[in-house]
Design a protein around this ligand. Structure first.
Ligand code: ADP
Ligand code: MG
Length: 237
């Protein structure tokens, strides 16, 4: 099983943001969408999520045709760079939110929230407000919240972009460990070569609305598909 993007084109007016993109993202894998700013990474993620509709092409998620499904029917969880947290709600309430609006039984919600907070090492902060957490802890809360509804796919758009270098690195390792624990199919967008190379099982290099290469970090290094990939990876500091 996998996420299959087939022949997807997305235009904004005359501008072609995605140009006939075909790519397969295997189930259970941690995949990075990597490329320079403006290349179309976020647009691809949003098309997979159903937040943008493609002009042509199809999306299937874990074997299920999803091209015309609304976001809430795609069973995806999101984390964005600036995550919209509920400032007046405790950490536990924030994590519970998606379950409560789905009217899950209270004891189930409570048990699930405890599990998730343990998973992201925030159990002792469950009664705090988001403003009483560090930036890194807030993004961990965002991850727990996205995982609460047991999505089949977790989509992250530059999830650590707003954080300082040290915290970014911590969260990077942390995302890797979390993924190894829950094995949910995860796609994360980054423009940071080092981040993609260190964390991802597989990297999709995207530039000017096209897929330049798909490969493991080793494959990209050993056999860059073209000058663009070679140049872009060469910018790793
Ligand atoms: P990336 O995430 O790789 O930086 P994006 O997918 O956000 O790139 O954007 C790709 C291109 O599409 C950019 O040139 C951007 O300006 C354009 N774009 C993205 N969203 C819109 C929109 N809603 N309307 C018009 N242009 C857009
Ligand atoms: Mg983006």
């Amino acid at each position: 099983m996998s996420i299959d993007v087939t022949g997807v084109t997305k235009r904004f007016g005359d501008f072609v943001a995605l140009d006939d993109v075909t790519v397969t993202l295997p189930t259970g894998q941690l995949t990075a969408l990597l490329g320079p700013s403006g290349g179309g990474k976020s647009t691809l993620l949003r098309v997979i999520a159903g937040l943008e509709s493609a002009d042509s092409g199809t999306i299937s998620i874990e074997g299920r045709e999803a091209t015309h499904l609304p976001p809430q029917k795609r069973n995806v969880g999101f984390v964005f760079q600036h995550y919209a947290v509920f400032k007046h709600m405790t950490v536990a309430k924030n994590v519970a939110f998606g379950l409560e609006i789905r009217k899950r039984p209270k004891p189930d919600v409570q048990r699930r929230v405890e599990e998730l907070l343990e998973l992201v090492h925030l159990s002792q902060f469950s009664h705090r407000l988001p403003s009483q957490l560090s930036g890194g802890q807030r993004q961990r809360m965002a991850l727990a919240r996205a995982l609460a509804v047991e999505p089949t796919v977790l989509l992250l758009d530059e999830p650590f972009g707003a954080l300082d270098a040290k915290v970014r690195k911590e969260l990077r390792d942390w995302l890797r460990r979390l993924h190894d624990e829950v094995h949910v199919t995860t796609v994360f967008v980054t423009h940071d070569q080092e981040e993609a190379l260190e964390v991802a099982d597989e990297i999709v290099v995207i530039n000017e609305g096209r897929v330049e290469q798909v490969g493991t970090p080793d494959q990209l290094y050993d056999e860059p598909a073209n000058d663009f990939v070679m140049g872009f990876l060469g910018e790793v500091t």
